[in-house]
Design a protein around this ligand. Structure first.
Ligand code: UGA
Length: 439
């Protein structure tokens, strides 16, 4: 019989991992402390937007391979391998990660495990966590039982979560237990058979690979955005600059799109947590460049607010249409979303803000109920004094002046994601602004 898996924490990462493991043929039990989440997942309803995941969820609820529960005791009795996929959000008012959920998940699980098992951490954690948890496990496990620990960070991107889980670029596993490697090679046999590199390493390296990857991606984005500040001043074309440096294979073109910057539940909090952890280790200067990365990123939001204000000659009573509030396309996630932040700031500055996002209106309204949420693009731009494109959904990439110019009050547009053609808009009589463009 194949191994039985549990996934503790059924948010973005956990729900995807659970469904993907069922797709690989395993019996999987998803566990969460939130009964509402468990109820909706058990009915096959996903509380967030992720292409392809609802189908996979329903398929395996039907196949009987995937179930959900709030009972950690049930999980302890059921699983051979337990994946920890709970969140590690930024601690309120601090940069460090909040480890409450990871610690609680592992302690309750250890108490519930009744036979030999493997615990696999997938959450993004400060380096040193796995070794700390290992001692906790050894101290509290029941007598006569072996519980191994491995750290196996996850690199999935929202919007591509299913494919990234089933067909990862690489598998990274940190552990001191050969048995843990054997078990995980069995779990990931499908990817390994397709020659996905399996990197066997220690706890610290595995933990650091995850945060190093995200810090590098954040750095790449802020790097190009810093050059956008330069081209805004001196002139030049940020897209051509990115294309040209990106053609050097050592640099690569991906993650060099200048715009309103990075957001979401990972990159911003991960670079802050990494700095906090490294300072805690006494290396105060080592990751200090990441605060510059963070600041460059946040300055992009100021720039969009400034451009809107400049075009409008002040915000008071002006009508602004914001297209896109999700932190990136193909997602309904608005955590630390640059687009939603800009919309809220324009509202606070006195503008009337109409918002349209193909998927994120509901989540945005929960955070900022006072914006005017519209169910179509046309409704949002009607009567607008300026249109801002802040998330590059395909629907907005496909926008042409002819499509909306009879609806707006003033033909002014700010391209916050560098996806529109300046010449096309200007020749249709629009005032066109973009990030990285001299005005
Ligand atoms: C990120 C990483 O890409 C994943 O590998 C990682 O597993 C995940 O965090 C995580 O730690 O869980 P994700 O947050 O889904 O994934 O989003 P990304 O696709 O990385 O985009 C992050 C932000 O950067 C978005 O706001 C996006 O608009 C922005 N971005 C991205 C740019 O501004 N320019 C670019 O060129 C690329």
């Amino acid at each position: 019989m194949g191994k039985r898996l549990t996934v503790i924490g059924t948010g973005y990462l956990g729900a995807t991992h659970a469904a993907a493991m069922a797709e690989l043929g395993f019996e999987v039990l998803g566990v969460d402390v939130d009964p509402k989440k468990i109820d909706s997942l058990s009915r096959g309803e996903l509380p967030f937007h992720e292409p392809g995941l609802p189908e996979l969820l329903l398929k395996h609820i039907d196949s009987g391979r995937l179930r959900f529960t709030t009972s950690i005791e049930e999980a302890g009795a059921f699983g051979d391998v337990h994946f920890i996929a709970v969140g590690t959000p930024q601690r309120a008012g601090e940069d460090a990660a909040d480890m409450t959920y990871v610690d609680a998940a592992v302690s309750s699980l250890v108490n519930a495990i009744t036979r030999d098992a493997l615990i696999v951490g997938k959450s993004t954690v400060p380096v040193g966590t796995a070794r700390r948890l290992k001692s906790l496990i050894d101290e509290f496990k029941a007598r006569g039982i072996e519980i191994d620990l491995a750290w196996n960070p996850e690199f999935l991107r929202e919007g591509f979560a299913v494919q990234d889980t089933l067909r990862p670029d690489r598998l990274v596993v940190g552990t001191d237990s050969p048995k843990a490697h054997a078990a995980l090679r069995e779990v990931y046999a499908d990817a390994i058979s397709r020659e996905t590199p399996y990197i066997a390493t220690d706890f610290e390296t595995a933990e650091l690979v995850k945060v190093a990857a995200n810090a590098f991606l954040a750095t790449k984005i802020s790097f190009i955005n810093a050059f956008a500040e330069v081209t805004e001043t001196v002139g030049g074309d940020i897209r051509t600059l990115a294309d040209a440096i990106g053609l050097d294979n050592r640099i690569g073109r991906r993650f060099l799109n200048a715009g309103v910057g990075f957001g979401g539940g990972c990159l911003p909090k991960d670079i802050r947590a990494l700095q906090a952890r490294v300072s805690e280790l006494g290396l105060d200067r080592t990751m200090r460049f990441l605060s510059e990365i963070d600041e460059i990123n946040l300055r992009r939001r100021d720039r969009v607010v400034y451009l809107a204000e400049e075009l409008l000659g002040g915000l008071e009573g002006k009508r602004v249409a914001v297209l896109g509030t999700a932190f990136k396309p193909n997602s309904d996630d608005v955590r630390d979303s640059p687009a939603l932040d800009v919309a809220a700031r324009l509202f606070s500055g006195g503008a009337e803000v109409s918002v349209y996002d193909p998927k994120a209106n509901a989540n945005s309204a929960q955070r900022f109920p006072r914006l005017n949420y519209c169910s179509t693009l046309a409704e949002a731009v009607s009567g607008a004094d300026v249109v801002l494109v802040l998330t590059e959904w395909q629907e907005f990439r496909d926008l042409h002046p002819q499509g909306i110019q009879s609806l707006v009050n003033n033909k002014q547009i700010v391209d916050g994601r560098n996806v529109l053609g300046k010449d096309e808009w200007e020749s249709a009589g629009w005032t066109f602004r973009a990030l990285g463009l001299r005005s």
